[in-house]
Write a new protein. Structure first.
Lengths: 204, 204
């Protein structure tokens, strides 16, 4: 399907707790997609395989990659660096393979600025849509707590505007179906089928 | 899903013989879509119901609608006028209903110029993609016949560039699934879910 053209990059993102990981694992079972692989400085566990679960590297190499702008984004958790290497994703795309990347919200926007044709999908929990009215409706939280939650919701909303698709993750199965629909329709976009048009024009 | 916003307009088009009618009928069985209704000056048959199969009208009324630019497109076949009235479609859209419209290629472009947010889907037969190489590969047609076919293919290609999606109609079931995917993903587009964003912003 993707002969003679770049693959598509699907970026699954959204607030933590939205069930993104589950949904991506389900997609990988049936869809022809390459999963982006993260780099980390944490020590490999016995079951880890380098280049499959993670790219394992020492801190010196990781910092060198930061300096050379080789990550879409990176962060430190528990004393270890984690990052999303650009080259692995870009290589798969140039091979014509479609890639899926699960990443937190700010990282997704950095991917978009590096790969403008990336398809950004915001997976949000059902509860988030109702957050505002629910918070106001119940009296269990202080005005200050509500204010903080609303501020965070306001941040999320600004991010949503930069996304291509919004999927409410109510039931996992429904969400997976919606994501499959997005993948299928992106593949059917005329702009992603210029090879068909080119083929015609080349022959005429 | 479409509360407080306009419906989506899906325009199914492509060369005749691509199986558009079959595919649209299948879609209507399961999808929440309103089918656009054509107007005609032909006499109703016993089984016809006005406002269901067609809007039946006399030639004077039809010509009046032409003069008042009330058709997306119209044509005459077998001594009768046929046309696609704009108002019926626009009314359904403003009610928040998604509408599907099956129309020939030039008509689709006229719809797009009247409703720029219309989603244009080019359904093409598998044979068309191979038309060029097949024509050249076989020796049964004269150079002049091949030239004519290629000219027509060239016209089709120019139209394809204006479309949002290209679907190769190989098997009807697969095509219906692809169209459902397009409908589902268009409904999930962030631009078509501004109400979710607005709702948030209104509450904050």
């Amino acid at each position: 399907m993707n002969n003679n053209k770049n693959g598509l990059l699907f970026v699954i993102s959204g607030p933590s707790g939205a069930g993104k990981g589950t949904v991506v694992n389900e997609l990988l079972k049936t869809e022809e997609l390459e999963l982006s692989i993260s780099a980390t400085t944490r020590k490999p566990r016995p079951e880890d395989r380098d280049g499959i679960n993670y790219f394992f590297m020492d801190e010196e190499k990781f910092k060198g990659m930061i300096e050379n702008d080789q990550f879409f984004e990176y962060a430190m958790f528990g004393g270890n660096y984690y990052g999303t290497p650009k080259q692995y994703v870009l290589d798969r795309l140039s091979e014509g393979k479609d890639v899926i990347l699960e990443i937190e919200v700010q990282g997704a926007l950095q991917v978009k600025s590096a790969v403008p044709e990336a398809v950004l999908i915001f997976v949000m929990p059902q509860t988030l849509t109702e957050l505002g009215s629910r918070l106001k409706g119940r009296a269990t939280e202080s005005a200050e707590q509500i204010e903080k939650r609303m501020e965070r919701a306001a941040e999320e909303v600004e991010y949503i505007s930069a996304y291509d698709y919004i999927v409410i993750n109510d039931k996992v199965d429904d969400t997976v179906e919606k994501l499959k629909a997005i993948i299928s329709s992106e593949r059917a976009k005329a702009i992603n089928n210029r090879n068909i048009i080119k083929k015609f024009k080349g022959e005429i």
